[in-house]
Design a protein around this ligand. Structure first.
Ligand SMILES: Cc1cc2nc3c(=O)[nH]c(=O)nc-3n(C[C@H](O)[C@H](O)[C@H](O)COP(=O)(O)OP(=O)(O)OC[C@H]3O[C@@H](n4cnc5c(N)ncnc54)[C@H](O)[C@@H]3O)c2cc1C
Length: 456
């Protein structure tokens, strides 16, 4: 008799696992049922800001594989609008509510794939029944926001609450749609994923494109007019808003896991081993934004909710479920984003992470240009490197620049992944031609500067 794999969560991690398992075991060996509470499978939440801005015109462009494709090409029984409400590890069953048709189903499993993603932080004031407040976690959220932006009377003033990369991307998107935008951030600057000196470059860019920056400020409530949001309330007074977008971060979505007794780690994410198997429970696997993972530089568990990891982890789980062998080696925290033309990249540890992990380190900032100084279009680029004092090993890197900056972080990520010292990096054979780099690439200039700092 065929085994049965039940997947909870029909996006990156869940469907990567399901399709990898299917590639290795056909229907006679493995039945696959995937529960997804939303309307879509394998969608790109990462694309939502670009859909809202209008750069991407159709919602369907953000769907990599729809349920029909999974049913027809992968023989996967996708149950949309079904929310799993409980896992019973004793009976090896999940209970799901049919959100569209009503009623409840129980589904037996031999193998369970837990891929519920993350839950956005939603403050109490956002739970008020005031129209015009939106998260941007799912395509349904994006649809609701776009409907609101297109509805009369059209919103003119937006407030984005939270200055992480999603808040920053949404501020740009709303600005591009012609709204005036205020970004409210509790900390003293947005982009806490960067060190303050690098985040300040992003802050300047946001100001230059016309985003009103309100830092050190906590939103405590909403004001309404005729059931619609009219302002966010802060200790410094109300900020007018016809639409409010929340970008306050996410937590691993572990409610079902916790209730079923699956082990959680110190970050709150589900614990897994390197094959993405949940330890201590037979036949249960987990991947994506709901799990914690190992930081390869600090050696500490971390929760890094990024699509790049969700896809890879889901693939690893699926290969193992399908009878193969694969491991997920951990992360180093590489991420990129942009504010209009300003590109932002980071990898490894920030100064505060390095301190928390107990490293002694030096950090340097190198100013350079994206192309040969004489070549048209050369723009400033700032590279920051953090290196361990005793060994010279690269611990972290950040780049901010006006063009060709973000993907340069990949060269640094490879160096970091492979434990290179900044001294070794000074000789890296990176490509050079005037349209692409100065003769000394900004990465090499920063590495040389770090070597000098270590020698002092
Ligand atoms: C606006 C935005 C921009 C982003 N940009 C980037 C980027 O540029 N780069 C990057 O790497 N990452 C980015 N991310 C993060 C990336 O989208 C996530 O890391 C990725 O989607 C995680 O995949 P996942 O499968 O683990 O979780 P999710 O994508 O959250 O999928 C989990 C699915 O499970 C479903 N679900 C949850 N509970 C249940 C239940 N009980 N029953 C049934 N279904 C359930 C949910 O409806 C959801 O569809 C962005 C995220 C957002 C919101």
């Amino acid at each position: 008799m065929a085994e049965r794999l039940v997947v909870i969560g029909g996006d990156a991690a869940g469907m990567a696992a399901a399709s990898q398992a299917r590639r290795r075991r056909d229907r006679t060996e493995l039945e696959i049922v995937a529960f997804e509470r939303g309307h879509f499978t394998s969608y790109s939440a990462c694309g939502i800001p670009y859909w809202v801005s209008g750069v991407v015109s159709e919602r369907e462009q953000l769907v990599a594989r729809d349920p029909a494709t999974f049913r027809e090409r992968f023989d996967i029984d996708v149950r949309l609008r079904h929310e799993v409400t409980a896992i019973d590890p004793e009976r090896r069953e999940v209970v799901a509510r049919d959100l569209a048709g009503g009623g409840q189903v129980r589904e037996r499993y031999d193998v369970l794939m837990y891929a519920t993603g993350a839950t956005p932080v939603r403050p109490e004031w956002a739970a008020d029944s005031i129209a015009g407040v939106f998260g941007v976690q799912t395509l349904d959220d994006g649809t609701a926001l776009l409907d609101w932006l297109d509805r009369e009377p059209r919103p003119r003033r937006a407030v984005v609450v939270g200055g992480g990369y999603i808040g920053v991307e949404m501020a740009e998107a709303l600005l591009q749609r012609g709204l005036s935008v205020d970004l409210v951030e509790q900390a003293d600057r947005p982009m806490a994923t960067m060190d303050p000196d690098m985040a300040d470059l992003v802050l300047d860019a946001l100001r230059r494109i016309g985003v009103g920056i309100r830092t050190g400020l906590t939103v405590t409530g909403l004001r309404e007019r005729d059931g619609r949001v009219a302002a966010v309330v802060t200790p410094e007074g109300p900020i007018p808003a016809d639409v409010v977008v929340l970008g306050l971060g996410v937590r691993p979505n572990t409610a079902l896991a916790e209730a079923a007794g699956l082990p959680l780690g110190p970050t709150g994410g589900v614990r897994t081993d390197r094959r993405m198997r949940v330890p201590g429970v037979t036949g249960v696997w987990a991947a994506g934004d709901c799990v914690e993972t190992l930081h390869r530089v600090s050696g500490l568990p971390v929760h890094v909710p990024l699509g790049t990891h969700a896809n890879k982890q889901g693939r690893v789980a699926g290969i193992n479920i399908g009878g193969g062998y694969a491991t997920f080696p951990g992360v180093i925290g590489t991420a990129v984003t942009k504010v209009c033309d300003l590109e932002v990249g980071r990898t490894g540890l920030r100064e505060r992470d390095a301190l928390a992990a107990g490293f002694e380190f030096v950090s340097v900032i190198a100013e350079s240009t994206s192309r040969a100084g004489y070549y048209p279009g050369a723009r400033p680029m700032t590279v920051k490197l953090i290196a361990e004092r005793s060994s010279g090993r690269l611990l972290g890197a950040q780049i901010v620049g006006w063009s060709e900056a973000a993907k340069r972080i990949d060269a640094l990520a490879v160096a970091l992944w492979n434990g290179m010292t900044v001294d070794e990096m000074t000789s890296l054979d990176l490509g050079y031609a005037p349209p692409y780099a100065p003769v000394w690439d900004p990465v090499l200039i920063a590495a040389r500067k770090a070597v000098d700092a270590l020698a002092r």
